[in-house]
Design a protein around this ligand. Structure first.
Ligand code: NOJ
Length: 681
């Protein structure tokens, strides 16, 4: 069912404690009263604070907007109106980690007006949820505010203590693709969001944004001590946001969780996005894929012409055969088009998105794929040649539609700031960031166009997810972090064992991640990469299908590396669309045990991973349906398994369990465990 279900919409007033404009103190509580936002004017400057169970989480922090060349909303403000409301609905996702999501909050809309003439209006909307708080700025249509340029958003996030934090630096050449830093807040540089923290008392917090639309993305600036401030990614000329009233900012979000796992099952970001703009979502189908891809990363294939060109007809047919034999609906083919020869990272302006490489026969290969019940997944690497791409993208989607291709992986490789801006189809001298308003708008344009052509997207080098998949559910998954590919070629040898135990609590709070798990050949000595490797056990590669969510998950290794591997059965059967998700145990950056129920059967799956430390857990299977017996098929680290010295040892065994069973999990250093539970009755 692809409808939004409106269940109840009661108007509650007991949660509000609004004063009149004399005291200018306002307060709003979440439905269960655990979270509270207090707003007041301090010397005509608005400030907010946040409390969780009466403990301060955010101490008084400024709000406001600085505009270019006109009086702005940074001071001299009064509150002229306060409107309260309450909302409670349960809506259904077309795909995801949880089918039904409750959106339950209390809202307070404060109208701020400048005391100086012309009296201009800014509305700040606050929402208090049981899993966090959010607020956004609205610029209503009004006589004295037409076109405007935001030069700074003054939003602060002042913290009562120097919390532990996990973050990646903003304004770096490799965009979001860094290992996470783990420092006290006071040592944070400029940081991307989601920005995750844990207090000394164990409370978990994540600052991010929701519904990033026609605005610059938010990074966080450390202002010394425990004070963070919104820092909007600028246009080349230094403007932050170019807009015209009416306009809205994205939601500033603070997820608040008593334990780490509750951050993962918080749907606050999705709830703050608009319902789907695509009415018939039946064509949007999660699934798994294989592809001509890993070979390029370990150097056995090339994207460009030559003896090793991966996307040749015979090789593509081999992958299609493999996908058909093992039940994978998609085959990604990179390097199918012209423009890859030479330095493709610098070739952004010569890619063709409609002309195939001479040894790639699109009509024949798409016919062959259809005959086998498989679809090719298309690929558009732009190397950040935005103008070149925008002039071709519609024809390119049309071509794919003509040949039955309904999923496209896009890519924007290149330095984080060096995107050449196009205006009216012409290049300019201005260089934009991947994460400023110009690119936010480009990514959205492509998403909306793709929807018109019935195309699902997997965006690499993307703008971070802010829940837009609720509004545009054809935007399935993204990269936006260090993925598996770093293990193939990164100069530091690859991702450390704690990278995969960190991202569920950081990057993945934003949304699905096309990490591309499932590498079975963990060393690449034969491929000539002795200094690189995958720093996990083989069982942990299986568990990643559960601990990282993506509606499109890849079986990333070469087909020959799956041959004769009993563990491959798990990758074949693990779903990518879930009825429900429960976190059973978690510690940020150390370990995660997560259970998910298949959306299309009564099966449950469990994934468990650890960092470099071996760990033993006792897990109560209370999530299983009481009174039923299940066959657990367990893929565990084998005897003496160790990511470093003995990564391939896997033990596969079966056991009968019920909801009363307490299962012992034994994870090797850098290890993991993956389990399927199937009812036997
Ligand atoms: C970087 C992407 O992350 C990777 O998946 C892709 O293969 C290359 N760009 C080429 O497009």
């Amino acid at each position: 069912m692809k409808i939004e279900l409106l269940l109840i919409l009661p108007l509650l007033t007991i949660f509000f404690n609004c004063s009149n404009t004399t005291t200018n103190n306002y307060e709003i509580q979440s439905p269960n009263s655990s979270n509270r936002i207090v707003i007041k004017l301090n010397d005509a400057v608005p400030e907010y604070s946040v409390y969780h169970n009466d403990v301060p989480v955010i101490t008084p922090s400024k709000l406001g907007i600085a505009l270019r060349s006109q009086p702005d909303f940074s001071q001299g403000l009064e509150i002229t109106d306060a409107v309260q409301s309450s909302f409670d609905e349960t809506w259904e996702q077309p795909w995801g980690v949880q089918r039904l999501i409750r959106n339950h909050y209390n809202e307070l809309r404060l109208t701020l007006v400048t005391t100086a003439e012309p009296r201009r209006k800014l509305v700040v909307v606050f929402r208090a949820f049981d899993d966090g708080v959010a607020f956004r700025y609205e610029f209503p249509e009004q006589g004295h505010l037409n076109d405007f340029v935001i030069m700074d958003e003054l939003t602060e996030f002042n913290l009562p203590a120097d919390n532990e934090s996990w973050w990646i630096g903003a304004y770096q050449w490799n965009r979001y693709e860094y290992l996470y830093e783990h420092t006290p807040v006071s040592s944070v540089g400029k940081s991307h969001t989601p920005f995750t923290m844990q207090t000394a008392d164990g409370l978990c917090l994540s600052i991010h944004e929701a519904a990033l639309t026609d605005y610059a993305s938010m990074t966080l600036e450390n202002r010394g001590g425990n004070s963070l401030k919104c820092d909007l990614v600028p246009w080349a000329e230094g403007d932050k946001v170019r807009a015209a009233a009416p306009h809205v900012s994205p939601w500033r979000t603070i997820q608040i969780a008593d334990k780490p796992g509750d951050l993962i099952t918080s749907y606050l970001i999705l709830n703050l996005n608009e319902p789907s703009r695509i009415t018939d979502t039946n064509w949007i189908q999660p699934g798994k894929y294989v592809g001509i891809w890993w070979g390029m990363h370990i150097g056995t294939f090339t994207w460009g012409s030559g003896d090793k060109h991966g996307a040749n007809n015979a090789n593509v047919k081999r992958y299609i055969d493999f996908a058909a034999e093992h039940g994978f609906p998609g085959v990604l083919v990179e390097g199918w088009n012209t423009g890859w020869d030479g330095d493709w990272v610098a070739n952004g302006n010569i890619f063709s998105f409609t002309e195939a490489h001479p040894d790639f026969d699109l009509p024949e290969l798409s016919r062959y794929a259809a005959e086998k019940g498989v679809r090719i997944i298309g690929h558009h690497e732009t190397s950040k040649g935005i103008g070149n791409y925008e002039t071709q993208v519609e024809a390119a989607f049309q071509l794919y539609q003509d040949y039955g291709i309904n999923t496209v992986k896009t890519g924007y490789v290149g330095h984080g700031q060096n995107i050449q801006r196009y205006e009216n189809g012409e290049p300019t001298d201005h260089l934009e960031w991947h994460h400023g308003q110009y690119m936010v708008n480009h990514y959205r344009k492509v998403t909306e166009l793709a929807a018109r052509y019935g195309i699902m997207l997997d965006v690499h080098e993307p703008i971070k997810d802010t829940g837009i998949r609720r509004t545009w559910p054809n935007l399935m998954t993204r990269e936006g972090a260090r993925g598996q590919e770093f293990n193939a070629w990164s100069e530091d040898g690859g991702n450390s064992p704690d990278h995969t135990t960190t991202i569920p609590f950081t990057r993945c709070l934003a949304g699905p991640f096309d990490f591309t798990p499932g590498i079975f050949d963990l060393h690449f000595t034969e491929a000539g990469r002795p200094a690189n490797r995958v720093s996990t056990t083989l069982a942990k590669q299986l568990a990643l299908y559960l601990t990282i969510y993506s509606p499109l998950h890849m079986a990333a290794d070469l087909p020959e590396n799956y041959t004769g591997q009993p563990a491959f059965e798990f990758i074949k059967m693990v779903p990518t669309d879930w009825e429900r998700t429960e976190v059973l145990n978690a510690a940020i950056s150390q370990y995660l045990i997560i259970a998910r129920r298949d959306r299309h059967s009564a099966d449950w799956f469990l994934g468990s991973i650890t960092d470099e430390s071996p760990r033993n857990f006792q897990v109560a299977l209370t999530f299983l349906e009481p009174g039923r017996t299940y066959r657990a098929t367990i893929y565990a680290d084998g005897p003496h398994a160790d990511w470093d010295t003995n990564p391939y040892a896997v033990t596969i065994f079966e056991q009968e369990v019920t909801s009363a069973t307490v299962l012992s999990l034994k994870l090797a250093p850098g290890g993991g465990q993956a389990i399927r539970f199937t009812p036997t009755d």
